[in-house]
Design a protein around this ligand. Structure first.
Ligand SMILES: [Zn+2]
Length: 407
């Protein structure tokens, strides 16, 4: 058993002082505030529960600092991303994912949600082991010491226009299975393991034809979907289906309590109601949404409607979950002209929503929960309860994941 003593720690009721945290067999066995350090390992500053990076694509990390010279839009950035995808194989996928996940562990992430769509070899030819790329991600997470939820992503069409679905072309062939049944059969062969759970994803209403949605929704586990990141997606969906992406997904059984809608940037008030009514969570990815000029979503309206919010690094334009949490608030300030749209407790809740990745026993400093913690040095002028507004990855001095000290 290991015993830590935290100067300050974020417990269910808020910030507590002098907290002793006992760890055995990967879980907290005792959490007691108002204690003296005794012989425990001291953790200075503020201790937070481990973070959940609910949405990301590890290989996008290769694009950091390489796409800013030519301007453009989300759609021109996507061409650069496709060029990276075209050159990867299971060995290089493992190398880049291992580095990405190690960087996330350093940033306090204990569970990574990998929205995985690069399934097959060049031209869409399956590898001899059809899930070789997924297995590379499993290995990468194990090597980095983080838990992984592999969200195996269905991707069957190359886009949606007013005239219908487009065929896969170029590197997109690597993302696609023959049809939804072939996708489901391949996913069924991915076994969960100690550090990895298996979920699924609908890439978007652009990439999964409407008749395939119920097949994806029929597979158990966490279900994620990119929703309304770009106005063009909404326009195409309205032109062809006569409704918003959120409405289409709801009509075909994709939205429920086990679903996370990623981005939700361009939502109507009716979409917000639908997400709330169905119990769907929304994952905001502030650095990516700014980097790709997506826009600022209605995060406060979602929360007020009862939607649970989580955070994702998405394209790994930076590895700083504390900054993602802070920017959830900051972009709302820029959009509204008001401060304090989200309070610090709401930001910590968004940082620690492991439930969206199928790990309901993580994200809390309490007995029985998985022993994940992030210890952050407190700036001398900052109030401990406002640590999220003062700290970055550089201030993290200790990360424990499942009882193992990783940083
Ligand atoms: Zn994404």
């Amino acid at each position: 058993m290991t015993t830590y003593w935290a100067e300050h720690a974020w417990l269910r009721g808020g910030l507590a002082i002098g907290v002793t945290l006992e760890v055995g067999e990967g879980r907290f066995t005792g959490v007691q505030p108002n204690t003296a350090p005794g012989g425990a390992t001291r953790l200075a500053g503020v201790v937070l529960p481990g973070f959940a990076d609910v949405h990301g694509h590890a290989f996008h990390r290769a694009l950091r600092g390489r796409t800013h010279a030519d301007g453009g839009t989300f759609w021109s950035w996507r061409e650069a991303m496709y060029a990276v995808a075209a050159g990867l194989d299971p060995d290089s996928y493992l190398a880049i994912a291992r580095a990405t996940y190690a960087e996330l562990a350093r940033a306090g992430v204990s569970t990574v949600g990998e929205f995985h769509y690069l399934h097959h070899g060049p031209g869409g030819v399956p590898y001899q082991e059809p899930n070789a790329m997924a297995e590379a991600l499993r290995q990468a997470a194990a090597d980095a010491g983080v838990r992984l939820t592999l969200l195996d992503t269905c991707y069957l069409s190359g886009g949606l226009s007013a005239d219908g679905y487009l065929p896969l072309e170029g590197v997109q062939l690597r993302f696609g299975d023959r049809d939804a049944g072939a996708w489901a059969a391949r996913v069924a062969d991915i076994a969960p393991s100690e550090g990895m759970r298996v979920g699924t994803a609908v890439h978007s209403v652009r990439a999964v034809p409407v008749e395939a949605l119920s097949t994806v929704a029929g597979v158990a586990g966490p279900l994620h979907v990119h929703v309304s990141e770009q106005i063009a997606e909404n326009e195409a969906c309205l032109a062809y289906h006569g409704c918003t992406p959120t409405a289409l997904l709801a009509d075909h059984g994709v939205l429920s309590r086990r679903t996370t809608a990623v981005h939700g940037t361009h939502l109507t008030p009716s979409d917000v109601d639908t997400l709330a009514r169905t119990g769907t969570g929304v994952c905001i990815c502030p650095s990516t949404e700014a980097d790709l000029a997506d826009g600022i979503g209605p995060a406060r309206a979602l929360r007020d409607a009862g939607v649970g919010l989580s955070l994702g690094t998405d394209q790994h334009v930076r590895a700083d979950l504390l900054a993602e949490a802070r920017d959830l608030e900051m972009y709302q300030r820029l959009a509204t002209g008001h401060r304090g749209i989200f309070d610090p407790a709401e930001l910590v809740a968004a940082l620690t929503r492991h439930t969206d990745l199928g790990w309901p026993d993580a994200g809390r400093l309490e007995p029985g929960a998985r022993a994940d913690l992030v210890a952050v040095t407190l700036d001398p002028t900052a109030e401990p309860a406002q640590v999220v507004f003062a700290a970055s990855t550089a201030d993290i001095h200790t990360v424990v994941i499942g009882g193992r000290r990783i940083v």
